[in-house]
Structures are given as structure tokens and as C-alpha cells.
Design a protein. Sequence first.
Length: 52
Amino acid sequence: MKPTKLEKLIIDAIKGAKLGLPDWSAIAKAEHISLDYLQSRVEWMRKVGMIK
């Protein structure tokens, strides 16, 4: 399964974050999406094993 643009953004944010903790609110604002939606995508990606 190929990751979507948002999923790639989440993966890159995790890889590039200091201490593995990205600034989710800044990412959501930059991408013009709600923080709740972004966090739900992160949780879904964890459940399916795309990220840890």
C-alpha cells in the first residue's frame, strides 16, 4: 500500500523531529487540516503498523 501525501508528511515529520515528537499543531496549520484529523491519521497509521 503506497502512502498518501499526508502519510508521507507524517512519516517525514516523525523522522525529522527532535526526540521523535513533531509539532502536530504546526503541521496541521501548515497543511490547512484540523489537528483532530491529523491525530486520527497518526493513530490509524500506528494501528496498521506504518509507524511506531
